[in-house]
Ligand binder design. Structure first.
Ligand code: AMP
Length: 567
């Protein structure tokens, strides 16, 4: 379906084209024709990130008479961030209107500036409930001419205790207004609002209710409580291209984790209620501009963050109110993109995973906390990609080239490359040297063999000892495979890992134990990923030799099978 089939006028369609929206999202396809006709009350059950702002915003602009300087549209939403975001969106939808005045009113900012803007004659007001009531009390806002009220993220507003405020606001609006309500979930309290203020509303459901987008990959890591922070760092190091959010449970924890990460050189900013508004704005600005790659945030502070391309949401601790998992995870995989939602749990918190599973109505898989090899390999690949994609400004370098040349001319080219790589990677190699396995399981205590000092130490400092390379003691079910290649074919553990991961697309942290023999080898893969092995790497050629991969039967059978292949 195309936007022009939805019943919107030409000036609005031009704005949509200017925005670069090519096809309507599901909620837009379903809601716009109803809202553009403009006669009904409306309930839209849709997650954040589904395009719901445009679903109601475009018809709202369409129904607004910009020659008339009275408030005709009122959007109420839970947070300041969302309020600013919606206002920005409505402004982009109304670029071809005559002098639109869309005013955002929210707490934590100068009320007199907002009053000044309102006095110029707002057509649409986007508001958080508390500040709007304050302005109503001061007679700076009059809602008598409002024709349409949008309640955005209604469940969030009720969660945050705005029920009474919403009631008070709606009482001030004319009886004949239309109400458009959007909510990710439909708890009783939201139904009550619908019953009290709406007349036979048209109801539209997009996606699975109570769930987050399908394009989010959910998994969890299990460690001992004392290893939670070290596990977080491993995850951050394992995803060098992360652009993400780390959620903590309290302001205090958020501040502490952010401080520790910052001290250890991670590119992060904090977002929580103990910071001043100016500090929060600065953090958001840096995140939007990507000067910082990770925001450490509380649930409340992060509500309404609408930044595209968030790759990962990390739950440092799962939320007390498990429903918040949906809101957190909905920050990634926006506008059809994909993303990962990763939870850290200790051995006593598996019940929380079960709660999330019942919330999402899907199983969440356990992943392995990456070990040193996996992290260093990932960092190495990221560095290579960076080197390959770096543009060389020959003109600028020309100036310094004679000095470079003099200094480096006696070092072989290969050694120079190695030195540059080491310059970047030494800190990681040092830090993770002899690091422990942090994975914990329910059956037994932490399998780490050594006394690593990773907890609380700074990157680059000496660590403790740990067991052998690739000999990860992994939790979670694994499936074992046989491959007809071994040492004689120059296969070592690293080469096997690369071969399997590159052929199948499986991340190396899903791989388990690897045993290399002279002419064959065995490797393990997380059970959940194991059905990707045979379709992609049943047979192939490695360094000129054909090989085959078959499921291993376990125990002695594997050895016998290996011997049979020998000859
Ligand atoms: P929302 O659910 O309204 O917060 O929208 C999520 C993101 O999707 C926003 O950044 C929008 O700009 C973007 N978006 C909304 N509708 C479309 C569309 N039809 N095509 C592409 N992007 C869209």
């Amino acid at each position: 379906m195309e936007f022009k089939e939805l019943g919107l006028p030409k000036d609005i369609l031009r704005a949509v084209t200017k925005l670069g929206f090519e096809t309507p999202s599901e909620i837009q396809e379903k809601a716009i024709p109803i809202l553009a006709a403009g006669k009904e009350d409306f309930v839209g059950l849709a997650q954040t990130g589904t395009g719901k702002t445009a679903a109601y915003g475009l018809p709202l602009i369409q129904h607004t008479n910009f020659e008339d300087k009275h408030i005709q549209g009122l959007v109420i939403c839970p947070t300041r961030e969302l309020c600013m975001q919606i206002t920005r969106d409505l402004e982009t939808f109304s670029v071809y209107q005559n002098n639109p005045n869309i005013t955002a009113v929210y707490g934590g900012a100068s009320i007199s500036d907002q009053i000044r803007k309102l006095k110029k004659g707002a057509h649409i007001v986007v508001a958080t409930p508390g500040r709007l009531l304050d302005l109503i009390d001061r007679k700076a806002v009059k809602l008598k001419s409002v024709q349409r009220v949008v309640l955005d993220e209604a469940d969030e507003m009720l969660n945050m205790g705005f029920k009474e405020d919403i009631d008070n606001i709606l009482k001030q609006t004319p009886a004949m207004k239309r109400v458009w309500l959007f909510s990710a979930t439909m708890p009783k309290a939201v139904k009550r609002i619908a019953n009290n203020y709406m007349l036979n509303p048209v109801e539209i459901v997009v996606g699975k209710q109570n769930s987050v987008a399908d394009n989010i990959e959910h998994c969890y890591f299990m460690m001992k409580e004392r290893d939670r922070y070290a596990a977080l760092k491993r995850i951050l190091d394992y995803f060098p291209d992360i652009f993400g959010l780390i959620f903590c449970r309290t302001r205090r924890e958020t501040g502490q984790i952010a401080d520790k990460l910052e001290k250890e050189g991670y590119n992060i900013a904090a977002l929580h209620g103990d910071l001043s508004q100016a500090q929060r704005d600065a953090a958001m600005k840096k995140f939007r501009e990507r000067t910082v790659k990770v925001l450490v945030a509380t649930d409340v502070a992060a509500r309404g963050i609408d930044v595209l391309d968030i790759t990962h949401v990390i739950h440092y601790n799962l939320p007390d109110d498990i429903e918040n998992y949906t809101h957190r995870s909905g920050r990634t995989a926006r506008a059809g993109r994909s993303g990962k939602s990763l939870a850290l749990v200790n051995t006593r918190e598996t019940y929380k995973i079960r709660q999330v599973e019942s919330l999402l109505q899907t199983k969440i898989k356990q992943s392995v906390i990456p070990d040193s090899e996996a992290i260093c390999e990932k960092q190495m690949y990221a560095l290579m990609d960076k080197i390959v994609s770096t543009k060389v400004d020959e003109e600028a370098i020309d100036l310094y080239w004679p000095v470079f040349y003099k200094k480096l001319k006696d070092i072989p080219a290969e050694e120079i490359v190695l030195k540059f790589i080491s310059l970047e990677l030494n800190a990681f190699l040092d830090y993770y040297k002899d690091s422990e396995d942090l994975n914990a399981s329910l059956e037994k205590s932490t399998p780490g063999k050594g006394k690593g000092k990773e907890r609380g130490r700074e990157r680059g400092r000496e660590g403790g000892r740990e067991g052998g390379k690739f000999n990860r003691n992994l939790t979670g079910a694994k499936r074992r495979f046989f491959i007809s290649l071994g040492e004689k074919q120059n296969l070592n553990k690293g080469a096997l890992l690369r071969l399997v991961c590159s052929e199948t697309g499986i991340e190396s942290f899903h791989m388990g134990r690897i045993d290399i023999h002279s002419r064959h080898a065995f490797f393990e893969v997380d059970k959940l990923m194991s059905n990707q092995i045979l379709p992609k790497i049943k047979e192939g050629v490695y360094e000129g030799k054909s090989f085959e991969v078959t499921p291993a039967q376990g125990g002695e059978n594997e050895k016998n099978k290996g011997k049979k292949k020998k000859r």
